[in-house]
Design a protein around this ligand. Structure first.
Ligand code: ZN
Length: 251
């Protein structure tokens, strides 16, 4: 579970970029460059896929990284840790343990892929603040942020995967990973939903938070705690990441 919510402060002033773009366009016309370039406008002038030709923001930097030839940078975030145990499982275990187990296995799978660069927000049982997790991904200019969690509920018959995203650019990533989880794990499909979770709100790249399963359900807890179950879960997430990278032309 990840309960904290936040809203990113919008500091985009739409009029200033409009005026700047107008000045640049007029300048290009005067210099005769616009007719030579045809439709080959630069991203800042509306050639980018971002519908907003009226703003220039860090999103545009991310768009550029998606078309580059550099490695696909994946930040893996094992939820909770240290003094923050997360959800409690049926047998009294804690979410932070299974999250880290899956995250480490995912790291090991991905680091063998030469087209990928991978980092973790934590790789042991330490407490890391939510804003620091997002900052690590932002500072590194990660291409995607994948947060791994587990759920619990008072009714121990409740089961299944759930995948959250915050902004539209996270939805294709959520779909790729969620589809593989459902196909490869055989847990119940609880769906993909928009959720204003703090780590997703603060992360500037396509970001998802995966509720891998219900630790309060004895069978899912056993899977989430077992080496074999964690490996299958990590492989499903890796397969989803690979499918996503292929879909956006990064593989
Ligand atoms: Zn959690």
């Amino acid at each position: 579970m990840e309960r904290q919510r936040a809203t990113r402060k919008s500091t985009r002033f739409k009029m200033i970029p409009l005026v700047l773009i107008a000045i640049v366009v007029v300048g290009l016309i005067l210099s005769g460059q616009l007719t030579k370039q045809g439709s080959g406008l630069s991203p800042a002038l509306g050639g980018g896929k971002d519908e907003g030709a009226v703003h220039v923001s860090s999103d545009d930097e991310n768009d550029e990284s998606l078309t580059g030839n550099d490695k696909f940078k994946i930040m893996i975030d094992a939820g909770h840790g240290g003094k923050d145990p997360g959800a409690e499982g049926h047998s009294g275990t804690f979410e932070k343990v299974s999250n880290l187990g899956i995250a480490r296995k995912l790291y090991d799978i991905l680091r063998n892929d030469p087209s990928v660069e991978v980092r973790m927000t934590r790789n042991d049982d330490t407490f890391v603040k939510l804003e620091d997790r997002s900052a690590m991904a932002n500072d590194w200019h990660a291409d995607v942020f994948v947060s791994i969690h587990g759920n619990s509920y008072e009714d121990d018959s409740v089961t299944g995967h759930e995948t959250f995203y915050r902004y539209d650019n996270g939805l294709p990533l959520a779909e790729s990973i969620h589809d593989k989880l459902v196909d490869e794990m055989g847990f119940k499909d609880r769906g993909i939903r928009l959720n204003e979770l703090k780590v997703l709100t603060l992360s500037q790249m396509p970001s998802v938070l995966i509720e891998t399963g219900y630790l309060s359900n004895p069978a899912e807890e056993a899977t989430l705690l077992s080496d074999e179950g964690q490996t299958r879960m990590a492989q499903a997430i890796a397969d989803g990441l690979k499918a996503y990278a292929e879909n956006i032309g990064r593989k």
